[in-house]
Design a protein around this ligand. Structure first.
Ligand SMILES: [Zn+2]
Length: 441
């Protein structure tokens, strides 16, 4: 459905220079920010989807795509089209509350040169995400929402030079359209083109050592559950702790630990890795920053000459679960004597997740809020410690007699920006403290 709104046309006349492209709005949905939870069911396109998501999240528009488990995600991305093309469909609900499965983006089934195709898939992903946000095709000038995209750029845009790709992904016109829908500011990407970086070619196999020495013994592989733990460091930022026991060979001097999101690696080249000194037979540890994605961690031992063990000890670690909602959430109308008025006190117990960073609070009249404020102020998003009771006073709201007509909702938010389901509560009026008057006599 294409609906051209008068407001969009007015804005075109006011704000868009003559000859510039003008976004087309498919459907006016909301003017107050938009969070879209998504699940990428096409891991082969992880990189491309990440580029498209980041382009929108950094566009300045009040929109945010946030990764979520499949059963909770409003939008699913699936590899199912033949050839380099995509498709998006989206249900806009009258109540403004999107439900899991309301959006679906079809991406190409990977074929041929996947490394080359990923640049086109990133462009397709950015375009289809634009549809999910409510943009229609725009063909009057260069825009990511051009109806046709060549392998390297939207058809009305300049093509990138050889060996470069259009890493900016969005044009000012696209961002202007989404800002019109949800607010924010137009913040076009600083770089339009980037070099197509290819993975480094494998180095030739090392020449045989003279005399040939056997590779050092493999580190003793503990069971994956024992080998790897996730802990929070004292500073509160979550880390992945990798722990292993070194092999017994006296030739072991150091250990190389690497991680890969794709598969368990057979060599550490080109991966995020750390090298630490090793004592034969002793336990060793390193830490990595905690990530959202699952990854395989691999540990090689190394001798004085830098020869690696033939194979690594490996273990997978799943990404951290989304936080649970706060528990035992209560709202109470309590007198606030110094101000001669009453205020709402909130109380809850935080979720146990070590990745918890904040809770986000919202209030609505006559109904419970179903989504958090798009850009919560600091007092609506207090820091939260895992598994602790927390109190909060809504000091900017003096409801008077109408207190019980407002519903509060509170969400857990983790360090990756993921939200829990909300816990909700209608305020109860605190029972007045009984006054005991002792009469003399
Ligand atoms: Zn399209």
């Amino acid at each position: 459905m294409t609906r051209k709104l008068p407001i969009a046309l007015t804005l075109l006349a006011l704000a868009v220079p003559a000859g510039a492209a003008a976004y087309e709005i498919n459907e006016k949905v909301s003017s107050d920010g938009r969070v879209v939870t998504y699940y990428n069911a096409a891991p082969e396109h992880d990189w491309a989807v990440e580029q498209g998501v980041r382009a929108w999240n950094e566009s300045g528009a009040d929109v945010e795509f946030v990764e979520a488990p499949r059963r909770e995600a409003e939008l699913a991305l699936v590899a199912e089209t033949q050839g380099l093309k995509g498709h998006a469909r989206s249900t806009h609900r009258g109540d403004g509350v999107q439900r899991p499965g309301d959006g679906r983006i079809s991406l190409p089934v990977a074929s041929g040169d996947a490394r080359e195709q990923r640049f086109s898939v990133a462009l397709i992903a950015a375009h289809e995400l634009g549809h999910i946000l409510g943009l229609d095709h725009e063909d009057s000038g260069c825009a990511t929402m051009n109806a046709t995209i060549t392998a390297a750029a939207p058809i009305r845009c300049e093509q990138p030079p050889a060996k470069q790709w259009r890493c900016g992904l969005l044009e000012e016109d696209d961002i202007r359209g989404v800002v019109e829908l949800y607010g924010g500011r137009v913040d076009p990407p600083r770089r339009r083109y980037c070099p197509k970086v290819r993975p480094k070619p494998k180095p030739p196999p090392p020449l045989p050592l003279d005399p040939p020495t056997p590779a050092p013994a493999d580190p003793v592989a503990l069971t994956p559950a024992d080998a790897i733990e996730v802990t929070s460091d004292p500073g509160g930022s979550s880390r992945v702790l990798v722990r292993w026991r070194n092999g017994e060979s006296e030739r072991i001097r150091s250990v190389v630990v690497a991680r890969s999101r794709v598969s368990c690696p057979s060599e550490p080249d080109g991966l995020e890795r750390k090298t630490v000194d090793a004592v034969p037979g002793q336990q060793g540890t390193v830490t990595f920053p905690l990530e959202l994605e699952s990854a395989c961690y691999a540990v090689w031992s190394r001798d004085r000459k830098g020869t690696l063990s033939r194979r690594p000890a490996t273990a997978w670690l799943d990404g951290p679960a989304s936080p649970d909602a706060p528990r035992s959430f209560e709202a109470t109308l309590a007198p606030s004597h110094p101000l001669g008025d009453s205020a709402i006190s909130l109380r809850w117990r935080n979720a146990e997740a070590s990745t918890l960073r904040k809770v986000v609070i919202a209030r609505a009249k006559g109904r419970c809020p179903t989504r958090p404020p798009r850009r919560p102020r600091s007092w609506d998003a207090p820091a939260a410690a895992a598994d602790a009771f927390q109190k909060h006073r809504d000091l900017r709201f003096y409801p008077g007699a109408d207190a019980e007509g407002h519903c509060y909702a509170v969400w857990s938010r983790d360090r990756f920006g993921r939200l829990s389901r909300p816990a909700t509560a209608w305020p109860k009026v605190a029972a007045p403290e009984e006054e005991v008057i002792v009469l003399a006599g």
